[in-house]
Design a binder for this molecule. Sequence first.
Ligand code: MN
Length: 713
Amino acid sequence: MIRQFELVERVKAYDPSADEDALNRAYVFAIKMHGSQLRASGDPYFSHPIEVAGILTNYRLDCASIITALLHDTIEDTHATLGDVEKMFGAEIARLVDGVTKLSRIELQQSDQSKQAENFRKLVLAMSEDIRVLLVKLADRVHNMRTLHYIDNPDKRRRIALETMEIYAPLAERIGMQELKFELEDLAFGELHPEARGSIMARLDFLREQGGDLVTRILTQLRQTLADAGVTATVSGREKTPYSIWRKMQTKNVGFEQLSDIMAFRVVVGSIEDCYRALGTIHSRYPMVPNRFKDYISTPKPNGYRSLHTGVFGPERHRIEVQIRTQEMHEVGELGVAAHWKYKQGGHTTDGRQYRWLRELLDILEHASNPEEFLEHTKLEMFQDQVFCFTPKGDLIALPRGSCPVDFAYAVHSEVGDACVGAKVNGRMLPLRTALNNGDQVEIITSKAQTPSPTWERFVVTGKARARIRRFVRMQARVQYLDLGRTILQKAFKTEGYDYTEKGLEAVLKVFKASGVDELCVSVGEGVLTGREVVAAVYPELKTPPKTDNVVPLKTRRPGKGRDHAVPIRGLIPGMAMHFAGCCHPLPGDRIVGIVVTGKGVTIHTIDCETLEQYVDSPERWLDLTWDSEVEGEAPVGRISVVVLNEPGSLGSLSTVIAKNMGNINNLKITNRTTEFFEMLIDIEVRDVKHLTNIIAALRATPAINSVERARN
Ligand code: MN
């Protein structure tokens, strides 16, 4: 374990301006917080964060990252809170520690790993927000992998190794940290395929024995070749890692016997020109292996990696791989994104193009006003437009940003979406319209009695959810129009003194170009046809205009008249065959009348609504309605107009009175405001007209309220 002064010295060596005091406090805090906790290895737990910090000093990370590494497990595993960390180390450290803590809660599930791996990688990136969070997490993973063999439970070891292989090693590669990637991969490989790794190691031993010190001999010859050509270069050689050999065996479909290029050599030179000169020298001296040459200098990898790669039949006719690069390219290749701190501190002057991506990243880190902006600008983050959520079983569901539990439900399965009534997000019941966040665990509560609500369409984001809701609404509307149309026809026949029969309707289908009785009823329900038109077609002698006593002028229309063939209304849902008029806000208990509006079905008004005067001349549009005893669907909304004293607390007492009387304020609009009074319109969700009357009475009894009326246009 690195001792306190050692760690501080290491950081100070590359960053003389590091906050020594904060480093010391973080070191002590970690030891104090983890106290007597032990690792699986039997070591004190605090050795882990200290080792993680040590790993990061190899990458010369900034002081904040090192402190974050020291504190990274305190929130999750000790009684320390984020507030404690913020108080002691400031907002920046707290934000970073919080980021690492959140990342640590993500666990790759055993099921379907490969399918979900890419989503998990995106999730980790999206949640990292600050690149340093990811760097600390990667170092954490390196140390956990180094000590993986101490864990007894083989399933747990395997899960962690899989996660490392599928999530963290590719992430390390994506941000250009080759060295870290190789280590993670090789450690995971040893856990996942111990036999394969063992046999590769054995074969390497054998080759080593047979060839004597082959790497050294080849190195000497390569150096000589380059020196002869006048190229100044540092040449190093190594065997490839067992995992990269194994990968090659898999992808190239060659057995180990044929796999001879197990050695890789690196030529580091002073300039780009020297890279190509070294390449020319090597190619002219040794035969090139076809299809192995790659020029990542003229075309860098997306993560900024630059180098020349080639394969040749080198000294002693051994196939070798050679990478040629400048010193700067080398450091970027090994350290990736972490290299930039070094250059930030070292004050190296970097030549124009070579470090462009690094300098850009540095600029963004320093100037971006918020994590979103940073993410938007880095190639790292292409997933800002997505959120990643979990099912209770741990499956990952990727959704567009802004998605709500209904989107989630439909993404799980159409039937889950259709039946969803509520959602628990991270264990808490939340409204279905709540926007989901990265990492949320969403449990959808379903009911067989539920059907999709048209109101969902206002807040869903995904095309799938929208399409299903629309489809259902269309189907549902058709059923309602059909019912309504049939009722209207039955009434129309009765009014004219005939019996309603489907047979009679069948006879006139052609006249209306309808394909069947149902379609005819739907047309009537939608108001495209009137009941009387249909009756007149069935009984052609009924050519005379409607008898005057059929016209029921508004003034003479009395509540209760024609109640016997009134249509009960139920299941009112906005946008469907029947809906409330916006002008008079009918409530259950009000006397009501329906007006058939072409293409829109029936609009329900209170019987004294002024709008009805427009329809006095078209009695065929009128429809007697009664409230069904059990009105389902959306809560009805009553509108009241209130005058409130303009003084402190009066608005508060207004809403308190409404809430106490079980009303739910839906909308509130101030229509006039003077020094003495507020005038406002309030929409309240109520059960029925009696409920609204109670609320009005309670409001009138409130001192701060001057007057209350039910609002009618
Ligand atoms: Mn840890």
